[in-house]
Design a binder for this molecule. Structure first.
Ligand SMILES: NC(=O)c1ccc[n+]([C@@H]2O[C@H](COP(=O)([O-])OP(=O)(O)OC[C@H]3O[C@@H](n4cnc5c(N)ncnc54)[C@H](O)[C@@H]3O)[C@@H](O)[C@H]2O)c1
Length: 249
């Protein structure tokens, strides 16, 4: 049984807590949040300790893993503290918004050698996994084009947008960037992006990009197109088309 400490009891924290509760080999024993009331509410549902001080939970030798569900700019110091305490870590995406800061974090993880996983959940979705396996088994031969449509029903609240400008890339398309690398087992060598503000000033007061198209060329030659919107009026829309020399999936 792995005792887990969950940090961040906002929107996604309770989702992970509910998943932990159904796992036969994991148990939620700590919930840490700067908002003590949020920590107590979630901890109360799962019979866990609640607190504001991560150090207290990290000092608990029974804790084997830390689940990081706080806003992106807080991830790196939490990862580093958990790694130095020898805990396995699951962290929500993105690790940080600054590549140099991500590198520093990676150095600490390499030194401490703790297990680490970023929350790219689509890799574990059965339909995405089936597409991945079909491409890998050669069903469409050499992949030539990948088209990812990635559309959210609505833009995040203004405070959330203010805290993470260009969220269409860092918050949403980050999943597609992970998908395309994973599906094609390849890295981009060229990238071109255009953004637009299609939402009006009431919906998008910060005039942050709410619509985007990205075209990439991969090292093995495949072309990739990702399109994204924060206003899919018909609901959460995620589609991938993989086109290759022998067919289409
Ligand atoms: N994989 C996905 O599909 C998915 C979906 C939603 C959110 N996320 C990610 O999850 C993370 C959290 O998003 P959210 O929507 O739950 O945010 P949120 O704002 O709803 O919740 C964050 C919580 O963290 C707490 N917090 C902030 N700083 C803290 C700190 N230093 N120590 C302890 N607690 C702190 C806040 O009080 C709040 O309760 C983000 O990185 C986001 O990108 C991923």
């Amino acid at each position: 049984m792995i005792d887990c400490c969950l940090v961040g009891a906002g929107f996604i924290g309770p989702v992970h807590a509910a998943n932990l509760a159904t796992h036969p080999r994991a148990r939620l024993t700590w919930v840490i949040d700067l908002d003590l009331r949020a920590a107590e509410t979630l901890a109360g549902k799962h019979g866990a300790h609640a607190g504001r001080d991560l150090g207290e939970a990290l000092a608990d030798e029974a804790v084997g893993a830390v689940i990081v569900c706080t806003p992106p700019r807080t991830h790196a110091p939490i990862i580093e503290a958990a790694a130095r305490a020898g805990k396995a870590i699951f962290c929500e995406k993105p690790i940080d918004l600054d590549l140099a800061r991500v590198g520093a974090c990676a150095d600490v993880l390499a030194q401490t050698r703790v297990p680490f996983c970023v929350g790219f959940n689509r890799r574990f979705d059965p339909t995405h996994r089936a597409l991945h396996d079909a491409i890998r088994s050669g069903e469409i031969g050499r992949p030539e084009m990948l088209i990812l449509s990635s559309r959210d029903p609505e833009i995040s609240p203004p405070d959330y947008v203010a805290a993470m400008p260009d969220g269409i890339f860092y918050d949403t398309m980050i999943h597609d960037f992970d998908m395309l690398r994973w599906l094609l087992d390849d890295e981009p060598v060229e990238i071109y992006a255009r953004t637009a503000c299609m939402l009006d000033a009431t919906e998008n007061p910060h005039r942050d990009p709410d619509t985007a198209m990205v075209v990439l060329r991969m090292a093995k030659g495949a072309l990739v197109h990702v399109n994204s919107s924060f206003r899919a009026v018909y609901g959460y829309d995620q589609r991938i088309e993989a086109f290759g020399e022998k067919g289409m999936l």
